[in-house]
Each structure stands twice: as C-alpha cells, then as structure tokens.
Design a protein around this ligand. Structure first.
Ligand SMILES: C[C@H](O)[C@@H](O)CC(=O)C(=O)O
Ligand SMILES: [Mg+2]
Length: 439
C-alpha cells in the first residue's frame, strides 16, 4: 500500500545556548542553537522527522518557508517521491514562484533541507534501516537518480558518478565491518568556543584528552593576541602530535586572513576554516595559495549554499577540506553530489556538525562517503560538538573519539516530545521562564 503524506507540521524549537556562550565564534557571538523541526505523517500513521539548524531569531523565517513548501509535499506518496527523487528535488528547489527567493540558497534552501530530511527519514524507517545503510545498500543507478546534475555536468557527469560508485563496491563489506567495529574518526570543537574563559578551555581540553580526543578545533578571529594565547595554550596541552584546527567564521578580508593566519602558523594548525566570506571562491583560492607553503589548508562549507558553489571551490583549487553540512544544502540529494565531486577532485570531506542535530544527521553521510565513495580515512574526520544530544530519541554514540554507526531505522533526528514542548519558541516553558526573569 503506498504511503501517502497527509500532514506536515513545523515547529520553532530554540535552546538558550547563548546564556553560557556555547557555540560562540567571531561572528556569532550569542547563538541560541535552534531548529525548524518538521514532522510528516502518512495516511497509514507512519512518521518522518527532519530539521534544519539555525542560531536563533531567524528560525521563524525558516518555519514560514517550510510552510510555503508544504503544499508541494502533502498529497504525494513516498513511493511517488522516491521513484523520481531527482524530479521531486527539482520540484521543491525550482518551483516557478518560489525559486525567486533562492534559487537553491539561503532560507529557502534551509527549508528544503528540513523537508527533504524528513522524507529521507521516512524512507529509511519504512525500509527498517538507518539512513547510512539505506544509502550503502542502494544500487548506484538508484543513488544517482536522486541527484540533480543540473549545473554540475561540467565537473561531474552521471556516468562518472556511476563509475565512482561501481568502483567503490570493492571492499565495501569490509568497510561496513570496520565502521561497525571502530566507528568513524571525529574531532571536537566543544573545548574552545570563543566566549569561553582560558580556565574553562583548559578544563575542557584536559577532560577531552582523558576521554581519548586527539583532534581539536579552536575558534579564532576576533583578537589576534587572544588567538595567540588560546592557540598556544591548546597546543601546549595537546602536544605536537595531536591535531589543531582553527575557525574564523568568515571574520576577515582576504589579505587580513593571510597575515593573521601566518601569525598563528607556529601552532601548526591543519586548517583555517571559513577565513573570509563564504561566497568568495577566488578569495579562498588566494588564501589557499598563500598558506600552502606553511602547510595550512583552507576548509569551508558550513555556509556553502549549494553544489554549484562547491563545484567552483573544487575547480578553483580553493579548498583543501570540504565541509558538507546536512542542513545547509538540499539534504541527502545535494550532499551526494558534493561527496562525488569531492572524490573526483581528490579533496577530503570533513563534515560540519554540532549545533542541534547536525551530528545526528551528518554521521550517516560521512559513513556512506567512506563505505561507498572515498574508501579512505586519510586526512578525514567528522566534527563533534557535545551539546544537546539528550533531546534526541537516537542520539549519537561516540566511542574513543569515533562516531559509532547508528543502528535505529531512520535519519536519527527525531526529538523527544518533552524537549520540543519545553523549548518551543516562544510558548515553551523554558522560554516563558527566561522572559519572566528578564521582565
Ligand atoms: C555558531 C556556530 O556555533 C558555529 O560557530 C559553528 C562552527 O563554525 C563550527 O562548528 O565549525
Ligand atoms: Mg565552522
């Protein structure tokens, strides 16, 4: 019996992370980690859960965009959608009246991600598999049929994508076993948000080292003297052999980025993340070229709107690390395109995660990347941030600084009903209390 989608609800759920400066960086000094949380329901009572991540006030605008897209979803059956997923992706991303407010970028793309994430979740649940396994088990032709190749065929053709997937069939079963035993390598950003004191940074870094973490990201970009002190402190604590990454969250102009990072080079960062405007492809290329002799790569992607921009970053040799995001682009469909392009251009993928639910979601994509696309762990790791996992029904499992493959069916982003109720904005109990204290 086809599963017809008869209902879509979307809620604005926010967590007051700004109170303790969790998640703070050089540009987002007071983020309240938030989601536009989508639940779809079929006529047979099955549910799919999806979300997209934001950092506070903008969430209400994403919620409106999801509501505007819902008319394109309600009334369709899951079978109809997945039998031509490319067509459905295009229906959502290229709607004749709504594409004007994108196309395929900004709020409307975040909303597309939330909706499509719920559909992938529903699909995986109906198949009784975690999403990564649904993807790993899918025939290459079917996978390719989920991707919209419009605008990227000059970098990757369907045939090339198919060849990559066919070639990676070799050794796939061993890689599945390896992942189930060892998990996928992760790094932590939890120790060094920009608003944290040196004392807290020291304490969190110490705890992380004890827990087996070997790769650490530090926020930089607001004040050079602070950055020198914080990077020196972390480098001293983690020693010369562990990895340090730095993240400026788009703070600098191109020349300023080169000068600033050169002054931090003695702390041996593996990469500088988002050194400048996330849309400045040639700027990133110039920074990459200038920093290459220092052994520092450039990473970006958490605010890269779509596959077309990633294509150009790759074509321009502008990034040495690609950071896909499960909610910034058009869900799994568009991320598949980027994983395949990154493989063709031989650039490692190190996903952005954290926020609310981003770790839960992106772990599926990076497991798929290793098992079915790249077959390599060289220079690869997935971000981990230790906030807000307690609000999910199937939270991530980290063992010895590795993501252990999720086992529950779906895309791991169903939230606990009590959490949704308490943190709904503005009517949830938590926000009512915060308002009362302020008044
Ligand atoms: C506002 C977010 O916390 C951002 O700082 C996250 C980020 O850049 C990262 O995790 O990387
Ligand atoms: Mg970042």
């Amino acid at each position: 019996m086809p599963q017809k989608i008869v209902k879509l609800t979307v809620q604005d759920v926010r967590f007051p992370t700004s109170l303790e400066l969790h998640g703070s960086d050089a540009m987002h000094t007071d983020p309240d980690y938030s989601v536009a949380y989508v639940v779809i329901e079929t006529d047979q009572g099955m549910r799919g859960y999806g979300l997209t991540f934001t950092v506070g006030r903008g969430t209400e605008i994403v919620v409106c965009a999801v509501e505007a897209l819902s008319a394109l979803v309600i009334g369709k059956s899951l079978e109809e959608i997945v039998s031509d997923f490319r067509g459905f992706y295009r229906l959502l991303s290229s709607d004749g009246q709504m594409r004007w407010i994108g196309p395929e970028k900004g709020v409307i793309q975040l909303a597309t991600a939330a909706v499509l994430n719920s559909i992938w979740d529903l699909w995986a649940r109906l198949e009784g598999k975690p999403l990564w396994k649904l993807l790993v088990d899918m025939e290459p032709k079917k996978l390719i049929s989920c991707i919209d190749f419009r605008y990227i065929t000059d970098a990757l053709t369907e045939q090339e994508a198919l060849d990559i997937l066919e070639k990676a069939k070799e050794g796939k079963l061993q890689r599945v076993d390896q992942m189930l035993k060892e998990g996928y390598p992760a790094y932590t950003t939890s120790c060094a948000w920009l608003g944290y004191s040196d004392q807290l940074l020291r304490q969190l870094c110490n705890d992380a080292l004890k827990d087996g973490w070997t790769k650490f990201k530090v926020k930089v970009g607001a004040d050079l003297e602070d950055d020198i002190r914080r990077c020196s402190l972390i480098r001293q604590m983690i020693g010369p052999h562990n990895s340090l990454m730095i993240d400026a969250n788009q703070r600098w102009d191109v020349g300023e980025a080169i000068t600033w990072v050169t002054k931090l080079a003695e702390y041996k960062p593996l990469w500088i993340e988002e050194p400048t405007c996330p849309d400045d492809i040639l700027g990133h290329a110039a920074i990459s070229k200038a920093l290459a002799p220092l052994g520092i790569g450039v990473a970006s992607g958490e605010q890269c709107h779509n596959r077309v921009m990633f294509k150009q970053f790759l074509q321009a040799g502008a990034l040495q690390f690609i950071q896909i995001d499960s909610c910034r682009m058009g869900s799994v469909n568009e991320n598949l395109a980027v994983l395949l392009m990154a493989h063709k251009f031989n650039v490692p993928v190190c996903p952005h995660a954290g926020g609310v639910g981003l770790c839960e979601l992106v772990q599926h994509l990076i497991l798929f990347d290793y098992i079915s696309v790249s077959a390599s762990l060289d220079n690869r790791m997935c971000e981990f941030v230790d906030h807000l996992h307690e609000h999910f029904i199937s939270p991530v499992e980290i063992k010895n600084a590795h993501y252990m493959p999720p086992k529950d069916p779906g895309y791991s982003c169903e939230m606990k009903e009590a959490s949704v109720q308490s943190y709904q904005y503005p009517q949830g109990e938590v926000w009512k209390q915060i308002k009362k204290q302020k008044d």
